[in-house]
Design a protein around this ligand. Structure first.
Ligand code: ASP
Ligand code: MG
Length: 859
């Protein structure tokens, strides 16, 4: 007789947002079918519709004042709307619960208060109604589903040392063969409520806010499931809160301890209580996003991909209050801590972090564990005041570095400590479990420091077994974020056609160049605009920019000749020549041509004075402060070779006078690709200051540097704000004209690099996709660490499902166009598109390895 295999169970928990729309319910049905097709049995645990638990809490508050009607009506409407969207009738259970809510609200109004037992019953209604809808929908879809009341299988158990609570119950998590046998008899998908359980006397209890995760963990443990899947609205756990730090990286794999620590330290994806039952049974936990089920998510288990010492996440908790206790007599005194902590206990306050010195003990009070209203804190302080001198500090934030063996990496945090230079650190604690290192600082500095620390310590790490792509790279659809409108999405077919018979090409859309030029022309505060030809000297682009009325800034005789060839009728007055460390002959040539020249070194005035007699020149000044997307494009400060330093300003006037030159303009360019509007105004102020020694100066050329968004969702430079700021400067300094020299701003987004997939390779953790051209065409990623969006144009409509490192054919390990890019599975011959490549792409291309760089085409 063939032996029947015992069923393998998988438990899937869906959160509130996951169960609130038809689109998500269709995805849930598909996920369940896929699990069944693998021969698995599925048990689903789910939450109330999003916002309903909050609405029920409001309902009880309002009911005490006899005015719960609008809340009840809102709850009714939400469930009716979802039923309609799901194409089902409102199940009778939902009607019963809604009627019951109305009755309970009336009762509360009569009595004027809500007991914990009633509160638990009212809260449970959210999950009871939602699961009734879910089961009815799945059955209507032909997916056999059995609705099981959670109160029939999850019974609260008293925990030693804890007061039993019907609002925050705990339950057992031992393997339960009887439950396995019972569920094995029930047909199809088992569907049950999260968050709710039965008390020992059979009454309804709940597991505390966010408790559905814990229900899922209990069920997985009791069924000895293969895994627990937690389906939520973010595709996994991240190295920081992704909504605050968009460069937060996906944590691909974590140990239970680490996940618990991260969840406890402020991440909201998982409830920290759900880890323990899983860890005890060594059941892995997988976190996924319901709206993007193809994303690999985070796996939490006993065997993470990397168990070495390292930092994995930075978390912040706000609203922390510190209590600092000073007592000169406490040193070597027996029992001071015991006495002080007894006071905290009397006041029902739970202490989180502790630091001690000879004469001071400072503790933190976490708002999640304590009701910290000012009256209660004052009462605590009064009682503590009998033992010592007390100071309350707050609001503070605790900032935690989380990871494994934190002790072993403290020495690497040196640079990070510099970020705290101007900060008061009130308390530092290294957790005894060695999983976190926490600083307590002023609350208003918290977010800024998290972002800086994350950039420094995590974002910078390259390919990694634990750290996956960033939140922005994953770009899962989120409510409220506008979809992308890149020109190349609409012109996909044309682009693919252009690449027919080729391996690689740059393609530039001239309409985008013109649109950017028009946008710049709207800057009323700027008198003249010069296109920085070095960004892209393609003749069609030059003609398009000239037609829009811009002039040209050239840095070499070659660029001047290129502009002249493309535009033979161009007036010489529309050319600027701005060489740097160029030979004397170039200056002679330029002056002979009548070009407006900018010098950037006193040397040329002092050593070649004859050249400049009676000439009107511009001088480039180093304002001392650099800006930009990368160290190598910050073009001010002593580390930068450009410009005359500010402390030579007086010598500059003398040297020009001796050479007989008239300085009519000053120039500053502080860096590329930034969005700090104040930087241009600062530069103008600095130049205006220098001009006080130079009475003939009438033009301040503020260079370029106008940033272009590179990442999906990144905001564009606010041109109107720039105009307003520069307008303010001009109003204060009407004697000067302002000029700008944008390059990237005009052409970056207009250009893309297309390259055909050549080969694929898997190596260790990594998957490589090779394309026909690399750093010989586009060196920015290798040179500046620049980030370019990469998509598979051939498979633009397919779901990105695989992380790739995108490499070219050049014999350099730096020949990488993008790390950890999520793309649909790629095949030889597919066309990858590398976006925002119109500036400094073709212009910086080389013949390295004697490989021809991609040719430039225009649309
Ligand atoms: N519905 C409950 C809450 O909002 C439990 C949960 O969603 O996990 O807290
Ligand atoms: Mg949750």
């Amino acid at each position: 007789m063939p032996e029947t295999q015992p069923a393998h169970w998988v438990v899937l928990k869906f959160g509130g947002t996951s169960v609130s729309s038809r689109a998500n319910w269709d995805r849930i049905a598909a996920i369940l079918r896929a699990r069944c097709a693998e021969g698995l049995r599925t048990a689903v645990v789910h939450s109330a519709l999003s916002g309903i638990t909050d609405a029920l809490i409001r309902l009880m508050d309002r009911a005490q004042a006899g005015d719960a009607e609008t809340e009840v009506a809102g709850i009714v409407a939400r469930h009716r709307e979802l039923a309609a969207a799901l194409g089902i009738d409102l199940p009778p259970e939902v009607g019963q619960q809604l009627a019951e809510l109305g009755r309970v609200a009336g009762g509360i109004a009569l009595i004027g208060e809500v007991s914990d037992a009633v509160r638990a019953r009212v809260l449970a209604a959210g999950e009871l109604m939602a699961t009734a809808l879910g089961a009815a929908f799945l059955n209507a879809q032909g997916l056999v589903t059995t609705l099981v009341d959670a109160r029939s299988w999850l019974i609260a158990q008293p925990v030693r040392g804890q007061r039993p609570s019907v609002l925050s119950a705990s339950c057992g998590s031992d393997p339960d063969p009887a439950l396995v046998a019972r569920f094995a008899q029930l047909p199809g998908v088992i569907l049950t409520q999260g968050f709710i359980a039965a008390g020992e006397g059979g009454q309804t209890v709940v597991l505390g806010r966010g408790g559905s995760d814990t229900s899922g963990a209990y069920l997985a443990a009791r069924l000895s499931a293969l895994r627990l899947e937690i389906w939520t609205d973010v595709p996994g756990m991240f190295s920081a809160n992704p909504r605050a730090v968009p460069t937060a990286r996906l944590l691909k794999s974590l140990h239970y301890d680490e996940a618990q620590e991260i969840a406890t330290s402020g991440a909201k994806v998982l409830h920290p209580r759900c880890i323990m039952p899983l860890r005890q049974q060594r059941i892995p936990l997988q976190v996924y996003a319901t709206q993007a089920p193809e994303h690999p998510g985070t796996i939490v288990s006993a065997e993470p991909a990397d168990s070495g010492a390292r930092l994995k996440a930075i978390a912040i908790r706000k609203g922390i209050t510190l209590v600092s206790m000073d007592s000169p007599g406490m040193w070597h005194e027996v029992g001071f801590l015991a006495d002080a902590f007894a006071v905290f206990r009397q006041h029902g306050m739970s202490v989180d972090l502790v630091s001690t010195s000879e004469t001071n003990v400072t503790v933190s009070l976490d708002p999640q564990a304590n009701a910290l209203d000012s009256g209660e804190v004052a009462a605590l302080v009064e009682d503590l005041g009998r033992l010592c001198r007390v100071r309350v500090i707050g609001p503070c934030a605790s900032l935690s570095l989380l990871g494994r063996d934190i002790r072993a990496i403290i020495h690497r945090l040196g640079e990070a400590f510099e970020l705290f230079e101007e900060q008061r650190i009130y308390l530092v604690s290294q957790a005894a479990n060695d999983l976190n290192f926490t600083f307590v600082i002023d609350e208003d500095q918290g977010d800024r420091l998290v972002a800086l620390l994350h950039d420094l310590l995590i974002q910078a790490i390259g390919n990694d077994p634990v750290l996956g792509p960033t939140w922005e790279q994953i770009n899962v659809p989120q409510a409220g974020v506008a979809p992308r409108s890149d020109w190349w999405r609409a012109r996909r077919a044309e682009l693919l056609g252009l690449l027919d018979g080729r391996d690689a090409a740059y393609v530039c859309e001239l309409a985008t160049v013109s649109a950017q030029a028009r946008a710049l022309q709207s800057l009323g505060s700027v008198s003249r605009l010069f296109y920085a030809v070095k960004a892209n000297a393609q003749p069609e682009i030059l003609r398009c920019i000239a037609a829009a009325g811009l002039s040209f800034e050239c840095v070499s005789p070659g660029e001047v000749l290129r502009v002249r060839q493309a535009l033979p009728d161009l007036d010489t007055g529309r050319l600027l020549f701005t060489p740097n460390f160029a030979p004397r002959a170039e200056y002679e040539w330029a002056l002979g041509q009548g070009l407006q020249l900018t010098v950037d070194n006193l040397y040329v005035l002092r050593e070649w004075p004859g050249l400049f007699r009676d000439r009107a020149i511009f001088v480039r000044i180093d304002t001392g402060r650099g800006h930009g997307h990368h160290q190598k494009v910050r073009t001010a400060g002593t580390q930068s070779k450009f410009g005359v330093p500010l402390d030579e300003a007086t010598e500059l006037a003398e040297a020009a006078a001796e050479a007989g030159a008239r300085i009519v303009g000053l120039h500053a360019h502080t860096g590329s690709g930034h969005f700090e509007i104040g930087a241009w105004v600062d530069a103008a102020e600095v130049l205006a200051n220098v001009a006080r020694h130079l009475p003939e100066v009438r033009v301040l050329n503020l260079g370029g540097g106008l940033g272009v968004p590179e990442r999906p969702g990144q905001a564009a430079l606010d041109l109107a704000a720039l105009d307003a700021a520069l307008g303010g400067f001009r109003a204060a300094h009407p004697q000067f004209e302002l000029w700008l020299e944008p390059g990237r701003y005009l052409v970056a987004a207009a250009g893309v690099l297309l390259a055909r997939v050549t080969q694929l390779k898997g190596k260790g953790e990594l998957r490589y996709v090779g394309v026909a051209t690399g750093m010989n065409s586009l060196i920015r990623p290798a040179l500046y660490g620049a980030w370019h969006e990469i998509v598979n144009l051939t498979r633009l409509a397919e779901t990105p499902a695989q992380l790739y490192t995108v490499v070219g054919p050049i014999c350099e390990s730096g020949d990488v166009l993008g790390h950890d890019r999520l793309l649909p599975p790629c095949r030889e011959g597919d066309v990858l598109l590398i976006a925002t490549a119109g500036a400094y792409g073709a212009a910086m291309a080389s013949h390295y390895n004697l490989r021809e760089p991609a040719p430039q085409l225009v649309l």
